[in-house]
Design a protein around this ligand. Structure first.
Ligand code: NCD
Ligand code: ZN
Length: 343
């Protein structure tokens, strides 16, 4: 049995770092194990200008401290009336790495998102022209569509037409949760990839209802049936370069989780890499972890692979019930991998 594995220093291609006090509480967990992260822009107010993204980037860097090697990669939040020039300028100036499409009201802080794709037609044309990736929260919001079908319906109603209309646009379907997404992304010839979270590799929808209503396992897109979880595991561990790591760590303060209408989001940053390592080792695919965590993402984004390595040691580690006042994913469980810091 392998007792230690070394990986080229990995990146997190989808994370919520929040702002203010929450930022200072959570960012060190991400910076401990990842060299770069794609930082989601769904703040209040959302990050819609180059100036706002620059200022947010500075706050993240300041919160990491001067000795940190962590680089935040910023994203723009697309709205119905966002100007193509602002998106293009931000990308060309190296401030925006990508832009995020939230269908309006699909998830946390998405009320200012896009109500109809036709409103961002000229933005998508500009992004296609300059090679700027579009990151998609792929769920429809129609109330008559079953919550568990929203991703599959989004692929049919929206993603297929985005791919047809903008064939040169680089698209990442974020935090996929269904075998339909695995099949659609896995059959794309180019310019389409997907991120996969650690929690969707470990839980199916039963986790939300085990012994009562468990809001710590509620996130969006919501976890689906077991057959979808197994499809995600196969995709993540397939070696297929279209699938890569994105934790979607999404912390919410306790009052937001412990209420009659709880927030969506799972805080997995404290043990994200250990969680992925557990899944890959359970399926005897540890040899595929490095490509998923450290190689496929940079290749898709056209960025260099990181220098340096991280080491995972086979050693039991108890995940605390609470970290910085937040309940982490795997709370109270013992994980068999312990991460040594980046070198
Ligand atoms: C995210 C959040 O809280 O910002 N929540 C979640 O359940 N994943 C938003 C998102 O990525 O959908
Ligand atoms: Zn997210």
């Amino acid at each position: 049995m392998t007792d230690q594995i070394q990986l080229i220093a990995p990146d997190d291609w989808h994370v919520h770092l929040r702002d203010g006090e929450m930022l200072t509480q959570v960012v060190a967990h991400t910076a401990r194990m990842f060299r770069r992260a794609i930082v989601m822009p769904n703040l209040r107010p959302p990050v819609v200008t180059v100036e706002a993204a620059k200022a947010y980037r500075e706050r993240i860097v300041a919160a990491c401290g001067p000795s940190s090697a962590f680089t935040p990669l910023m994203t723009a939040y697309l709205t119905d009336d966002i100007a193509p020039d602002e998106i293009e300028r931000g990308f060309l100036e190296g401030v925006f790495t990508a832009a995020k499409l939230y269908p309006a009201n699909a998830t946390t802080n998405s009320a200012a998102g896009v109500t109809n794709l036709r409103h961002i037609h000229s933005v998508l044309l500009a992004m296609e022209r300059i090679g700027m990736p579009l990151l998609i929260h792929g769920e429809v919001t129609d109330v008559d569509v079953d919550v568990f079908d929203r991703e599959a319906v989004f692929i049919e109603r929206s993603l297929k037409s985005i791919r047809e209309r903008y064939p040169d646009l680089k698209v990442v379907l974020e935090h996929i949760t269904t075998e339909q997404a695995v099949d659609f992304v896995g059959s794309a010839d180019r310019n389409l990839a997907a991120t996969i979270t650690p929690h969707h590799l470990h839980i199916n929808r039963n986790a939300m209802f085990a012994g009562g209503l468990r809001s710590d396992f509620f996130c969006l897109p919501v976890a689906k049936r077991e057959r979808h979880r197994l499809a995600l595991r196969r995709a993540a561990m397939s070696g297929d370069k279209r699938f890569f790591l994105g934790t979607d760590s999404a912390p919410h303060a306790r009052p937001g989780k412990e209420t009659s209408c709880g927030c969506a989001g799972i805080f997995n940053a404290p043990h994200a890499l250990e969680s992925y390592a557990l899944a890959f080792s359970q399926d005897d695919k540890l040899d595929r972890l490095e490509a998923f965590a450290s190689l496929h993402g940079p290749a898709f984004y056209g960025l260099p692979v990181n220098e340096g390595v991280v080491t995972l040691q086979r050693e039991d580690e108890l995940v605390p019930d609470v970290v910085n006042g937040l309940v982490p994913f795997h709370a109270g469980e013992t994980l068999p991998w312990r991460l040594q810091p980046c070198t």
